[in-house]
Write a protein that binds this ligand. Structure first.
Ligand code: HEM
Length: 125
């Protein structure tokens, strides 16, 4: 359910909440959970806090290469669609405002870029 008192994403704690809730959903999702079964969560979650805080709060804490991490994953267009659906839902349940819109837009454009690079856009899926 969407909370009546939604605020914007303005602090690192907000980013943590978003990331934690999102991956809880991912881990309960029958399509996505198997792709993440090898993930070392205590290590992965702080990386994701850094990634999103860099995007939305202007922190300079993430300096990895997200695309390289996805090249070898066995994922298709359906996975991306589900990932984006869960991410958008998680943002909308907890937040609203400029930064909330911003993270959704960025997620979509990065997902498109990943899919483009993997040849998953258009009719090739
Ligand atoms: C089908 C959709 C996606 C799946 C199944 C997926 C899965 C994964 C997995 C399994 C990892 C961990 C890789 C590892 O360290 O072993 C990972 C890392 C990561 N993913 Fe995704 N991902 C998806 C989409 C996205 C999108 C759309 C974004 C960005 C908006 C994103 C951002 C990242 C970042 C930043 C990392 C960490 C990279 C690093 O360690 O520096 N992912 N993803």
């Amino acid at each position: 359910m969407v909370s009546k008192t939604r605020k914007d994403i303005t602090t690192r704690d907000d980013v943590k909440l978003l990331v934690d809730r999102f991956y809880e959903k991912v881990n309960q999702d029958e399509l996505l959970a198997p792709v993440f079964s090898h993930v070392d969560w205590p290590n992965h979650l702080p990386i994701m806090y850094d990634f999103w805080a860099s995007i939305v709060l202007g922190e300079m804490s993430y300096n990895g290469n997200p695309f390289a991490k996805h090249i070898h994953l066995n994922i298709n267009k359906e996975h991306f669609t589900r990932w984006l659906e869960l991410f958008t839902k998680t943002v909308d349940v907890h937040f609203e405002g400029y930064n909330a819109t911003q993270v959704k837009t960025r997620a979509l454009s990065i997902a498109d870029l990943f899919q483009y690079k993997r040849g998953l856009l258009g009719n090739r899926s």
